[in-house]
Design a protein around this ligand. Structure first.
Ligand code: NAP
Length: 268
């Protein structure tokens, strides 16, 4: 039996992630790209946008207009939090299943959207990291933190990233919080001579953000105990690393009737 064709919208097709998503959807036999949302190119066709494939897909500058004219099953959002939130609300309102890679959502946002998805019985996925290796890094870090509870996270990203710390670092710190008692790390009397030198503090876990050109997305979780240290590290070398996860989310969101936060909750 042939797989059901999934009609996909992409918001942010000109972005670094959006471009990869356009390529992935185009190359997936049972996905059909039905429109894209790009605030600067409404009324054009995708083929008219620089670096895009030669396909006759309409470009809308506004999601609401798009969904009132185009039938779609899933919206992939790879924009910025302010646009991502608006898009998520509109998608849920119109019964289109959102798959959101945009980062910068708060715990309250996730709770609000989970409630709406549950009320409407519609699937949604929000994942701050679609790279399977990064999910494994977070899971391994959570396992290790149970036995080595002194943890610092160093995340490194390209210098165009707007939010800090990264969604992945926040998610890692949250997962670590689930398995260890709250604790203050470092010397009880330590003081910073340079503000921020000890990084952000999430329930005692110190989080450090590095931003440099040339980097993509990297994270190291460092643990220390008497006479030993453990480092768990993941490096994203290319943004194509995120696409198998986005593809899996688009397939799985069709079967969900709740919001799932985090790719790890879609993986067995
Ligand atoms: P990017 O290259 O800067 O692309 C962002 C795109 O969103 C651009 O095309 C931009 O278009 C558009 N955009 C920005 N603000 C908008 C708004 N208010 N309304 C509509 N469109 C808007 O960024 P990127 O590296 O592709 O990342 C996109 C998002 O994905 C970020 O939130 C990033 O943190 C996240 N991310 C997630 C993962 C994951 O695995 N979940 C991995 C990497 C990145 P304009 O030119 O019009 O501004």
């Amino acid at each position: 039996m042939s797989e059901q064709m999934i009609r996909v919208l992409i918001a942010g097709p000109r972005g670094k992630m959006g471009k990869e998503a356009v390529k992935m959807v185009k190359e997936t036999e049972h996905f059909s790209l039905v429109a894209v949302i790009d605030r600067k190119n409404g009324g054009k066709k995708l083929r008219e946008l620089e670096g895009q494939p030669d396909i006759d897909v309409p470009v809308y500058d506004d999601l609401r207009t798009c969904v009132s004219e185009v039938e779609a099953d899933v919206l992939i959002d790879l924009t910025r939090p302010e646009a991502g939130k608006k898009h998520l609300e509109i998608a849920l309102e119109y019964g289109i299943r959102p798959v959101v890679g945009t980062t910068g959502f708060s715990d309250e946002d996730i709770e609000d959207y989970s409630r709406i998805a549950e009320e409407k019985e519609i699937g949604a996925v929000i994942a701050p990291n679609f790279a399977v290796g990064a999910i494994l890094m977070m899971k391994f870090a959570q396992m290790a933190a149970k036995y080595m509870p002194d943890v610092e996270i160093i995340e490194k990203h390209h210098d165009q990233k707007l939010d800090a710390p990264s969604g992945t670092a926040m998610k890692t710190a949250q997962m670590i919080k689930e398995v260890r008692a709250s604790k203050k790390q470092g010397h009880p009397d330590e003081k910073e001579d340079l503000q921020g030198a000890r990084g952000g503090d999430y329930d005692g876990v110190r989080v450090h953000s590095v931003r440099l050109p040339g980097l993509v997305a990297h994270q190291e979780v460092l643990m220390g105990a008497t006479g030993q240290t453990l480092s768990i590290r993941h490096d994203t070398i290319d943004r194509s690393a995120f696409m198998p996860g986005v593809k899996m989310a688009v397939e799985m969101v069709m079967k969900l009737d709740i919001l799932v936060y985090g790719l790890e909750n879609l993986m067995e």
